[in-house]
Design a protein around this ligand. Sequence first.
Ligand code: ADP
Length: 473
Amino acid sequence: MYIAGVWATSGPTFPVTNPATGEEIGQVADGGQAEARAAIEAAHKAFPAWAGKTAFERSAILYKAHQIMLERRKDLARLMTIEQGKPLRMSTNEVGYAADFLLFYAEEAKRVYGDILPSGRSDQRFLVLRQPVGVVAAVTPWNYPISMLTRKMAPALAAGCTIVLKPAEATPLCAIETFKCFIDAGVPEGVINLVTAADPKPIGEEFCTNPLVRKITFTGSTAVGKMLVGKAAANMKRVSAELGGHAPFIVFKDADPVHAAKGAAAVKFLNTGQACISPNRMFVHESQVEPFLEEFTSRVTRLRAGNGLEDGIGVGPLINEAAIQKIDRQVKDAVEKGARVLAGGHRLMDNGLDRGSFYAPTLLADVRPDMLIYREETFGPVAPVITYTDDDDVIAMANDTHYGLAAYVYTNSIATGMRAFEGLNFGIIGINDINPTSASAPFGGTKDSGLGREGAREGISEYLETKTGGFAV
Ligand code: ADP
């Protein structure tokens, strides 16, 4: 825990485990409501001086943090693999992505422009000023345990806000090392505060009720997000929420099915399917199903699951036992209702994998709307393929979900791609593109996938308040 410039060195702790081996890898301070309150007070005290720095001064610190994070890339990636499980190459990519936000917002800090507006009165001038909202309380998830921090902290700091962050209980070590990058870059005492905790509830309660907090930013499940947004609304705090997803992946009649299958295999199993933008329903036109499934099956069966520190591992463990149970339930339900298992379909127990939470990369064909997996977010290495017959119907089928985060489309027609882009009710659409994300592009969803956008110009505006000045002249 890091509050008011001081690392906690005593008090209760909780263990952190490696999901690939079940081994304990560290003990972390176990904070509660009192610590959250102290951290908020420290952030409040530090706010005027931080907001009063020039954008150029804040930018210089973010540039430095970017440089430090890249210098530490190898060590951060290794820690991430041990704590969260993703293969080392993917962890290395994530650290790069995390650092991108530092660089982007070091630049964007200097572009928080105001406006001068025309008035209807000749003796009046309007000025619009954008100022930092104040103390930001952030709650982050375990699936991207470094980049989800920088995606919030970099724009908040660039805007002039101060921060209290509570990382997920499964990945506090990554949060601690991320904080060290900021601290070593020269972020002053009290400007960033870290509260680690085994039980998130009292911290969340303090974040939502303490009047000093002006903004809550959350990434995690829809259930927790709705609860926090509801509580924050009662106290009229600004909120951003990046929540669950149930991404469709459409292979149109005019797509190249082999190219689409390569994309599907690459994106579905990233982070063991534990991503809010992971494809969860693959709609494949009936004329494309055979070649698509042939290529997809051969790629899925070649994927090796195991400890992400070993060479050649394509899929790491799931975060915990509960994740295995959820996936197993969805797969069993689908199979009982007639889905065909083309790969995987079971937990992995051989070669020492029983010590961690491993599930075989799984491909299900003939998935239908009456199956749980058609409606529920999966968050695991299972690709459900649905055969459809009419291109005119598939957009409506894809939109038939209460989520609205990401969608993917494969087509060789510009017109089909454009119609899908316009017609899909999701915040992020990949058109023949499995990675439609970047620090410079807005990320976020509609409906139950959340509120607000992160990254890009939009990302910093979430931390800015608009002030109007009417000047009589
Ligand atoms: P998941 O089910 O994927 O772990 P959660 O929404 O439970 O997703 O977790 C995302 C983040 O939300 C984590 O940092 C977790 O500690 C936090 N969280 C969970 N419950 C609460 C709560 N009641 N108040 C505040 N934060 C919470």
